[in-house]
Design a protein around this ligand. Structure first.
Ligand SMILES: [Zn+2]
Length: 496
């Protein structure tokens, strides 16, 4: 009887077919990739799931995968929504395809892996994925947050919709972002209340992705579409400053993905900005070109024989996108002009970033000083580069069709260095009006300078002295009042 029951269940749920991964299988397969290709694969744990503390892994594929290089970064992630498992399958298959291609000398795979830092995050929501793949609830969407705090997982009350938990328009979300814990679209108790979304936010801050592809499948909506940022009613402007570029990329990626029934290709549509999802947060915060493909036409888990077709179709979009990452663009590297160290800098293109406060940041990767930006139209652009503690700079660059223009900018530090270091300010309290002397002695007690600070008023004062012409060493500066009494002695270490 038990055996018969098992067969019945297995036939009822496509998710139990071997082609669909469990989360443990994904972890094991990622480890096996890293062992097989240790130079090309790095497995990174970017955080742990909210309820059951499972590791959330991201896999980097690049030449010298363990080193952060000066190369554009892109991320493909899956399974914000637990039941939408096809994203994880597309990602697992694509990783193997790139690695096998590299090993076999495929020119395209070699170029992508050598020139890009390609990240894959198969499952952002491992708790929810477990609920689905263990057939507790194959239609589960959310994570496993224990909303009622009873220590059990309740399908009728627990979980947060991770793609409604991001910190952009969380408070004023317009639709399908609920405040009721039992709801399918429950947005959580606060923005970034969930460990999964916080891990993703930190991951984006660290890696400065140029493009992120968030895979979903149509659990309630129409499939075979790519959503992109954004339309924002009642905001000026209603479309973002990068709208034409993002639309170009979304349309081209969609055009390269055939529909399941062979009648055409995916389409691209803009989404509403007033939704606290990953796409809107990523674009508004870091200017990431964040795309949301809703893969497949027939809900979320399809017959196992149909899965390879959906994967192969979507890989055509992925390969187009990776090619685009290396096409018309700007690469800026910002360094300290004195030390040559890479800097965390903000970079604006004055011809494009003109009329909105969003995105908030367009920043270099502090580990390399590099910032990459895709450009829609070739031409001459003005870059404005700024960093805390440095003099800002502007420079013009020529961007050509189909290639990247690379520039290096060296910012001058604001703090006094070199020759200017000979000057220093002395701050002191003057007990009376009159002429003060600042007498400088070397360590042997010999007076080497006598600075006159004339006609000071009583109170707090400052006076600039110069150490020019003096050799390195320790000096004593004696502050002498108008009545010739010595008020204070400062110790000065002079380094040339
Ligand atoms: Zn979804």
């Amino acid at each position: 009887m038990i055996k018969l029951l098992f067969v019945f269940i297995a036939q009822s749920h496509y998710i139990e077919a071997p082609i669909y991964h469990t989360y443990n299988e994904i972890l094991q397969e990622a480890d096996s990739m890293a062992r097989t290709y240790p130079e090309l694969v790095m497995v990174d744990t970017i955080g742990y799931s909210q309820e059951w503390h499972q590791p959330i892994i991201a896999v980097k594929i690049s030449d010298n995968a363990h080193v952060t290089e000066r190369e554009p970064s892109i991320l493909f992630d899956g399974v914000h929504h637990a039941e939408e498992v096809l994203g994880a399958e597309i990602i697992m298959s694509t990783m193997w395809r790139l690695l096998n291609g590299y090993e076999n000398g495929n020119d395209t795979c070699l170029r992508f892996i050598d020139s890009l830092q390609i990240w894959f995050l198969p499952v952002l929501n491992p708790d929810g994925h477990n609920i689905v793949t263990s057939v507790v609830d194959t239609g589960w969407r959310k994570n496993a947050r224990d909303n009622n705090g009873n220590g059990r997982f309740d399908t009728d009350y627990d979980g947060v919709d991770l793609n409604r938990n991001y910190g952009f328009h969380w408070y004023d979300a317009v639709e399908r972002a609920d405040t009721t814990p039992s709801a399918y679209f429950y947005k959580g108790p606060a923005p970034f209340s969930e460990a999964e979304t916080r891990a993703m936010a930190e991951f984006c801050r660290r890696e400065k992705f140029v493009v992120v592809v968030n895979y979903h499948s149509p659990s309630y909506s129409m499939g075979e579409k790519i959503y992109f940022p954004w339309h924002w009613p009642d905001h000026t402007p209603p479309f973002p400053v990068d709208f034409n570029l993002i639309r170009e990329i979304a349309l081209n990626m969609a055009f390269n993905i055939p529909m399941d029934d062979g009648t055409g290709n995916y389409t691209a549509v803009y989404g509403d900005a007033r939704m606290p999802n990953a796409r809107n947060w990523m674009y508004s915060t870091y200017g990431i070109i964040a795309l949301t493909p809703e893969v497949c036409s027939r809900r979320v888990q399809i017959p196992p024989d149909d899965v390879p077709v959906v994967i192969e179709h979507n890989q055509r979009g992925i390969f187009w996108l990776l090619e685009r990452m290396l096409s018309t663009s700007i690469g800026v590297t910002v360094l300290d002009s004195v030390t040559g160290q890479p800097l965390l800098a903000d970079i604006r293109i004055l011809e494009i970033d003109t009329f909105d406060v969003f995105p908030l940041h367009r920043q270099t990767d502090v580990r390399t000083g590099a910032h990459f930006r895709l450009i829609q139209s070739p031409g001459t652009y003005t870059l404005a580069i700024s960093a805390a503690g440095y003099f800002p700079e502007t420079t013009t660059v020529r961007v050509n069709q189909g290639t990247r223009t690379d520039v290096t900018i060296r910012l001058r530090p604001r703090k006094v260095t070199g020759a200017a270091q000979d000057r220093m300010k002395v701050y002191f309290y003057a007990p009376m009006d009159g002429d003060y002397h600042l007498k400088l002695f070397d360590v042997s007690g010999r007076q080497v300078r006598d600075f006159l600070a004339p006609s000071l008023n009583a109170g707090n004062n400052e006076y600039e002295i110069t150490m020019q012409g003096l050799s390195s060493g320790v000096y004593l500066l004696d502050l002498v009042a108008p009545d010739k009494t010595s008020l204070k002695t400062f110790k000065i270490i002079h380094i040339k």
